[in-house]
Write a protein that binds this ligand. Structure first.
Ligand SMILES: Nc1ncnc2c1ncn2[C@@H]1O[C@H](COP(=O)(O)OP(=O)(O)OP(=O)(O)O)[C@@H](O)[C@H]1O
Ligand SMILES: [Mg+2]
Length: 260
């Protein structure tokens, strides 16, 4: 069962000031959480915010790859762990930055994963951040629950796709977030449609949208519908997530720029 009452949150390193903590969550895997996290971070940084990403996908981290950050990029200091910094100034902490080889597997059980996420929060010298985005592994796992319970979460961004299966499992995520009394800021429907470059016609490749129904269940707005765009996949694969220009994501960026 989910814990009752407000547990004592682990203390953040005394040097840190983090104004808002925003986990990016989904039900199903592969819906684009990490890509959306990376695009949000890049846009917030472009708009002048100081941004960090805590990669809470401990066994399947993908944030460093999206920004072209090499393995072994984390440094220690007397006061704590120093994040790796992207070209656009985004501070990143991820297990893949701790490994010597990015292809090395992290074979850890739940408690160790939860402890690592807590340490990424408490032992990192994040400094002053306007927004800390937390990229979660898919679903309502220990790791997701740990983040929602142990970090002072401002609100969650929910990512889904039009597939029925994605809608089914995102409902479980909504229930979990609700049980913890955490606000859902908005629903992002990724891979919502493909716009044909010749005709400009929008094709619902993954079927009709469920975003409105889900948003209603979540008590949150549909913050954005993002197109399937081969450029997104190509730039992510090339470690150039920071150079993606996607107009459709701006409403989500605006949502996060509003004071809590
Ligand atoms: N809107 C999009 N258009 C085209 N490709 C996309 C889009 N969003 C994400 N992708 C691609 O889809 C794949 C899955 O995306 P991503 O890794 O961000 O998903 P995820 O939800 O974080 O996955 P996981 O559950 O494994 O953590 C990646 O190859 C990514 O480049
Ligand atoms: Mg991911």
């Amino acid at each position: 069962m989910l814990g009752k009452g407000a547990p004592e949150l682990p203390k953040l390193n005394a040097f840190n000031r983090v104004s808002q903590v925003i986990p990016v969550m989904s039900g199903k895997g592969g819906v684009g959480k990490s890509s959306v996290t990376a695009m949000l971070a890049a846009n917030l940084a472009r708009r002048g915010q100081k941004v960090g990403i805590l990669d809470a996908d401990i066994t399947g981290p993908s944030i460093p790859k999206l920004f072209g950050l090499p393995a072994g990029g984390l440094r220690g200091s007397e006061q704590g762990m120093l994040p790796a910094v992207t070209g656009g100034g985004i501070r990143v902490v991820s297990t893949n930055l701790l490994l010597r080889d990015e292809a090395q597997a992290v074979v850890w059980r739940g408690p160790m994963i939860s402890a690592t996420i807590r340490q990424f929060w408490t032992d990192t010298l994040w400094g002053k951040l306007d927004t800390l985005l937390v990229d979660l592994p898919p679903g309502t796992s220990d790791a997701a629950l740990g983040v929602l319970q142990n970090l002072p979460v401002t609100g969650v961004v929910l990512v889904t796709t039009p597939q029925d299966l994605a809608a089914l499992v995102v409902r479980k995520a909504i229930q979990m977030i609700r049980q913890l009394n955490i606000p859902i800021l908005g629903v992002v429907e990724n891979m919502s449609y493909f716009r044909c470059p010749e005709t400009q016609h929008e094709h619902a490749i993954f079927g009709p949208s469920h975003a409105d129904v889900l948003a209603q269940e979540a008590g949150a707005p549909v913050a954005a519908r993002l197109p399937i765009d081969p450029q997104i996949a190509a730039l992510c694969d090339a470690g150039q997530a920071e150079s993606i220009e996607l107009e459709a994501i701006q409403p989500v960026v605006d949502l996060l720029l509003q004071p809590a």
